[in-house]
Design a protein. Structure first.
Length: 572
């Protein structure tokens, strides 16, 4: 009876597995047994002489498909005996590939400790060291196969560790794949599958990481290109070794990947039960044996009795129900504890929300009060602007004549004019009269120039003030006062500099933007005079600009910066 205390269910079911030959592989096994040369080994194709490698893979396939069955023990033993007699005596002079085939057959006989098997192992060690120290470069497939076979004896002996080191060095860090030849930059899914299958037999930190990276590369190729596209370059042998690699490692999260590989391999079987190098090709012993081994290692010949499976499923369902009941009980208890221990937090939260609502209401009241204050300020600004529009513009527009001080300046002008005219008649000396007349004329010219400058400055100032007053008078909306003032100053600048050359106007704006923002108001007049001199603007053309600059210097630095920035966009 399987109960919930049985431990890991996967281990329970694996321990109750049994082997059998599924219907699809019965013809394949029959093909292999019929293809054997009577009482000898297997040829590449039926009717040809026996071949060591084909005999090796056929024995491996029969051993894999009948793991718990003695049905094929006799043909396996007969073929192994033939190979031992036929090729065993030549092992010392054979190649590494032949030694690997002989070692595989010896392992299939399950007699690793015999004198013959030990001799093969020693001969392989000698051949490997000779090849490794010589000029021959072994392929990744041969190294991986040698590592896999060596671990059947021991995965901790010096040979296995040396082979593992060589295989790990060939893995490419960029992709996690292996190339078929050392030093090549071309990834090979076949070489990667051989390497993953071999190093998965040795569990170390380095080998486990290499196995994971190699499997990730194989999975990416299969997902992106499918089994047919990923294995197209190597045909069925590549498909078989890739399926063996993904089946050799626990892929419980990617079982669909293994299933799709099994289905693809089964779809290529020929009517005679064998496999060829590709779809529709003539069946061969090597390809058929490779496919049978791959399907066997993927679990196609394993099953669990229905009674055991049903019992396991029932026990799992019972355990799931108990877990769900315990989960519901824990959830209910947890919710109760939340209500019990977090009630204070809930009350504090509600109180905080209440205070927030009160604060929002208070903020709304303050916003309304601020809005009322702004409306009051706007109304007062409107009243002030209206007052300016009714008083200041009228005064400006009705200003006529000259001022009192300018009228007083006319008196010395007339006196000097009389002196100049009367000097030749009053004074007896002609020289003295000429000197007096010259001095009088000079003084008359100076007084006239001074009087003319005052009149011209007052006229330009009057025009600027009139333009500002007219804009205040005809302002249609209740704009903020700063915006109205800046707009007026912009227009006033255009009027005061309308006679200036463009280069002078641009230089003036550039100087103001660079220096005029931070000039203190008490030294503004000095800065204005120096600026007029630097730009070579004559006094007769600078009175209006000087009046404009005096008003600008009364602004705070922020408003100056805004004004000068608007001037730059408008002028530059």
């Amino acid at each position: 009876m399987i109960t919930e205390d049985s431990g890991l269910w996967e281990e329970v079911l694996s321990g109750r597995e049994e082997s059998f030959i599924p219907r699809i592989l019965r013809n394949s096994v029959r093909y292999l047994t019929n293809a054997r040369d009577s009482h000898r080994g297997w040829p590449p194709y039926p009717g040809l002489p026996s071949d060591l490698h084909c005999s090796c893979v056929a024995i491996e396939a029969l051993r894999a498909i009948s793991d718990d069955d003695d049905t094929y023990e006799v043909p396996i033993a007969e073929a192994a005996s033939f190979i031992r007699d036929e090729y065993g005596g030549k092992a010392s002079g054979g190649s590494i590939e032949e030694l690997l085939d002989l070692m595989t057959v010896s392992i299939s006989e399950e007699d690793k400790n015999s004198e013959y098997a030990s001799a093969l192992h020693q001969q392989f060690q000698a051949a490997f060291h000779a090849a490794n120290s010589g000029n021959r470069t072994l392929s990744t497939q041969i190294l991986s196969r040698a590592l896999y076979i060596s671990t059947q004896w021991s995965n901790e002996d010096q040979l296995s560790l040396s082979l593992l080191s060589l295989v790990l060095k060939r893995q490419r860090a960029q992709t996690g794949a292996w190339s078929q030849i050392e030093g090549s930059d071309e990834d090979s899914i076949s070489a990667t599958a051989w390497a993953v299958r071999a190093i998965s037999k040795i569990s170390t930190k380095e080998s486990n990481g290499a196995t994971s990276n190699g499997l990730q590369y194989i999975k990416s190729q299969l997902v992106d290109r499918g089994w047919e596209g990923a294995c197209a370059g190597g045909g069925l042998l590549t498909t078989a070794v890739v399926l063996r690699a993904v089946s050799a490692v626990d892929l419980r999260d990617d079982l669909d990947l293994v299933d799709s590989g099994v289905e693809y391999l089964r779809s290529q079987i020929n009517p005679d039960g064998g496999w060829g190098g590709g779809t529709g090709e003539v069946s061969s012993v090597e390809h058929t044996a490779a496919a049978v081994v791959a399907l066997a290692e993927s679990g196609e010949n394993k099953f669990v009795p229905v009674r055991i499976t049903r019992e396991t499923v029932n026990a799992l369902q019972s355990q799931v129900a108990e877990i769900a009941s315990e989960r519901d009980s824990l959830t209910e208890d947890f919710e109760g504890r939340i209500l019990e221990h977090c009630g204070r937090v809930k009350r504090e939260r509600d109180d905080f929300r209440k205070r927030v609502r009160q604060a929002e209401a208070r903020a709304s009241e303050l916003e309304e009060a601020v809005a009322q204050l702004q409306r009051g300020i706007a109304e007062r600004d409107h009243e002030r602007l209206s007052l300016m529009s009714t008083i200041r513009p009228a005064q400006l527009m009705n200003r006529r004549g000259i001022s009192r001080s300018e009228r007083l300046l006319c008196i010395p002008i007339f006196i000097l004019l009389g002196v100049t005219v009367a000097a030749p008649y009053v004074l007896k000396s002609t020289e003295i009269a000429a000197i007096v007349s010259s001095v009088s004329i000079l003084a008359l010219v100076l007084l006239f120039l001074y009087w003319f400058r005052r009149v011209t400055y007052r006229r330009n100032s009057f025009l600027v003030d009139r333009l500002m007053a007219e804009q205040l008078l005809f302002e249609p909306s209740l704009k903020p006062h700063r915006r109205v003032q800046l707009d007026i100053l912009l227009d006033s600048f255009r009027y005061a500099t309308e006679d200036f050359p463009p280069s002078i106007r641009e230089e003036l704006v550039y100087r103001l933007l660079r220096d005029g923002v931070d000039i203190p108001q008490d030294i503004g007049s000095r800065y204005i005079r120096e600026l007029m001199l630097d730009l070579h603007i004559p006094p007769r053309r600078s009175q209006g600009l000087e009046a404009w600059l005096e008003r600008v210097m009364s602004l705070d630095p922020d408003n100056r910066r805004i004004l000068f920035s608007q001037l730059r966009r408008a002028i530059l």
